[in-house]
Structures are given as structure tokens and as C-alpha cells.
Design a protein around this ligand. Structure first.
Ligand code: FES
Length: 394
């Protein structure tokens, strides 16, 4: 099982000197992936494709202990996510405990499992922030992508969140199938009286990577979407804040993923594995320490996993001698691994990477796929337990 693997001797380096430790910052952001259970089946989900293998979720007491340890180490932001975090029956208790410890608490939800009473109860428990995600601006497309009839409930819940006194934060993950709706998406947000809208182009991890040919937007789609988003940004100034997250596949420099490995972010997965980012479980050679076996201090400061890509020593060329390495840290380790097979390679998004052609090829494959007739197009693989079991050979 995963947790037995995690107990492998030597998975924690353990003996860092105080000088080494002085270069390590605090984990400011704790992402608690409370569960992989989710009523939706989005084909762009960043959860691992073999999530069906993960059987034992942390208990309430174990989560509270995680919060306590991370808070003691200086963490201030807590993201409660999943899967769908509302699938956890103890969600109110977790919010209450986290809030009492002084965390700024964010609930990242599809809205399924929410109702007006729960939204009010979360407010009473001190929850600071709820982000509701939508799959599209039209009922048909939303439900098609979500794999379930979720649209109307999401609309109702967005209103309930606002009525409960939260700032309304909507998130739309955009991709080739919905990005042409960008104006309708923004009109819907205006209509719902949103305070913030995040338009985030799909990042290709987990299920999204598997479905990349069907999800990668084309350049002309992005250009149109960006122009419209900017128009709305101008028009909505002082009203609704629109964040447009640019897709890295169309950039020439990589994103500073996670703000640097082991620098700010700490992710705890539903079974208690501690990761420097949500996608790191897939990297070869990871020890995958579990909070059931080690303290968060030991993991953050002493584990081989968290120290693996800290600083600059691990870098190869062209990153090693690049003047921009302190800005982007060589990009994303998981993307480097998924595309080149080497997690220490430069992120191929960078046009200095010898693997940059892999990005242009992926873009071309997406375009070829988009040009296929409906009958020939590859079907999207939806994120659900059945597909996960099939992929994991369970
Ligand atoms: Fe893992 Fe970028 S997602 S380092």
C-alpha cells in the first residue's frame, strides 16, 4: 500500500545542519486535499488519475493535528479542497478548528453538497472565503463537462454564498471546449453579482494531461478570449475584479511553479502524504513521507522530497547558468517530468529548453484534433472512480 511505501527506511534525510535549515522558509500555504471523493467528473481535474487506489482518508483528529503543526510552523493560509471538500461530513468541525488556530480559510468547492443552511453555518464557523467553480456559462456545456446536472444548483449556491455575506468568488477553468464562451461567462458572473472572477486556463496535470489534445485551446481562441477579458476588466473596474490566468503553453518563459519547490506551499493529500505540490506524487524517486509517520517539521525541513529541488544546486543547463533562474526556478518540475521524463530538466515551456519543440508539437496535436470531424474526435476521458480503477488496473 501507499502508506507502507511511505515508511521505507531512509525516506527522511533527517540530519540537516542548522545552516541548511536557515535557507528553508516557512510553509505559508497549506493545501488540505481532504478527499478524492467528488460528485463531478471534470476531464481537466488535476487529481492523480489513479486516485481510486487511495483508500484511507485521514480522520478528523489527524487533519486537526496537521493544521496545528503547520500553523505552529508559520502557515497562515489554508485551502480546503479535494475532490470535493464538502463530501467530508466533518467539514464544519475542520473549519472551526482551523479558524480558531488563526488560519485564513478558503473553501474551494464545486457547490455540490452546499445548501443555504450550510453556507450560513460555515460563516458562523468563521470560514473566510468560498470559491465556487463553474464548468461553463451554459447549462448544457456545464453539465456535459461536469458529467452531471450541476448547473442550476451552482447558480443557486453562488447566490447563497453571496447572501451569506461572503465576497463572491467564481472560478471558471477554461479550455478549448468552453473558451469561446468567455463573454457569456463574464456576463454570467456580472449577473450573479460576483466580486471576483478567475478565468484560469487548464493546466495540464492529472486528468487534464490525459485529455490534453481535446482541451488545449488554439492560439486564436486565446487571443480572442484575452482581448474580451481585458475589455471586461476595463468596463468592470471598481466593480468586479477579473483575473485572467495566462496559459503557460503559449509562453516562452516558464511559470515560477509553486513559487519555488518547498518554498511556500505544502500539500497534504487525502491519505496524509505530504507533497511540495499537488502533482508531485507521480515523480520518480519520491519517498512520499506521510504525516502518520513523521511530523510536518521533519517532512518540510528534513525530507529528501522537500529538499530535492530547493535552491539552485539541482539544476542542469540551461537553467544552471540562466540569469532568470531566481525568478522562475526553472519552471515546473512536474511538467518537466511529464514532458521530458526528467524532473530536473528545464520546463519545456522555456524557449531556452532543448525540449521546447515538445510544446509546439502538443499545440499542433491539439489543433489537428480540433480539426477532426465529430465522429473521428477522441472522446474525453472523464474523471470518475470507474475510469480511475481501469487506469490503475484495479
Ligand atoms: Fe509540481 Fe509544478 S506542479 S512542481
Amino acid at each position: 500500500t501507499g502508506s507502507e511505501q511511505n515508511k521505507a527506511p531512509g525516506s527522511i534525510a533527517g540530519s540537516l545542519s542548522m545552516t541548511d535549515r536557515s535557507n528553508i522558509r516557512q510553509p505559508l500555504w497549506l493545501l488540505a486535499e481532504l478527499t478524492y471523493a467528488c460528485p463531478l467528473q471534470c476531464p481537466y481535474c488535476s487529481n492523480p488519475m489513479d486516485f481510486a487506489k487511495i483508500k484511507s482518508e485521514l480522520t478528523t483528529a489527524q487533519w486537526v493535528d496537521v493544521f496545528k503543526q503547520a500553523r505552529a510552523m508559520g502557515a497562515t493560509q489554508l485551502g480546503l479542497s479535494g475532490g470535493e471538500p464538502l463530501a467530508r461530513p466533518d467539514i464544519i468541525e475542520l473549519i472551526t478548528e482551523a479558524r480558531n488556530m488563526g488560519f485564513y480559510t478558503n473553501l474551494i468547492t464545486s457547490g455540490i453538497g452546499l445548501n443555504e443552511d450550510r453556507a450560513k453555518a460555515f460563516k458562523e464557523a468563521g470560514l473566510d472565503h468560498i470559491q465556487v467553480s463553474f464548468q461553463a456559462s451554459s447549462e448544457d456545456l456545464n453539465n456535459l463537462i461536469a458529467g452531471t446536472n450541476a448547473f442550476q444548483h451552482k447558480i443557486d449556491m453562488a447566490r447563497a454564498v453571496k447572501a451569506a455575506g461572503y465576497p463572491m468568488v467564481l472560478c471558471f477553468v477554461t479550455h478549448r471546449q468552453n473558451i469561446d464562451q468567455i463573454d457569456e461567462i463574464l456576463d454570467l458572473a456580472i449577473n450573479l453579482d460576483a466580486d471576483y472572477v478567475e478565468l484560469a486556463t487548464t493546466q495540464f496535470y492529472g486528468w487534464a494531461m490525459h485529455n490534453r489534445d481535446q482541451l488545449l485551446p488554439m492560439k486564436e481562441q486565446l487571443e480572442r478570449a484575452e482581448a474580451i477579458a481585458h475589455e471586461y476588466q476595463e468596463k468592470q473596474k471598481g466593480n468586479m475584479k477579473i483575473y485572467y490566468v495566462v496559459p503557460d503553453y503559449y509562453e516562452v518563459r516558464p511559470k515560477a511553479c509553486m513559487n519555488g519547490w518547498g518554498n511556500v506551499f505544502l500539500t497534504i493529500t487525502p491519505d496524509g502524504t505530504a507533497l511540495p505540490c499537488h502533482a508531485a506524487r507521480q515523480l520518480p524517486g519520491m519517498a512520499l513521507p506521510n504525516i502518520r509517520d513523521y511530523s510536518i517539521d521533519e517532512i518540510w525541513n528534513g525530507s529528501t522530497d522537500f529538499n530535492r529541488f530547493r535552491g539552485y544546486e539541482w539544476m542542469k543547463e540551461p537553467c544552471r547558468s540562466c540569469s532568470e533562474k531566481t525568478k522562475d526556478f526553472g519552471g515546473c518540475r512536474c511538467q518537466a517530468y511529464m514532458l521530458t521524463g526528467d524532473p530536473a530538466a528545464a520546463d519545456p515551456v522555456c524557449d531556452k529548453s532543448p525540449h521546447h519543440h515538445l510544446i509546439s508539437e502538443a499545440i499542433q496535436r491539439g489543433r489537428d484534433e480540433a480539426n477532426k470531424s465529430a465522429g473521428d474526435a477522441k472522446p474525453l476521458v472523464f474523471r470518475n472512480p470507474k475510469n480511475s480503477k481501469a487506469i490503475s488496473g484495479l
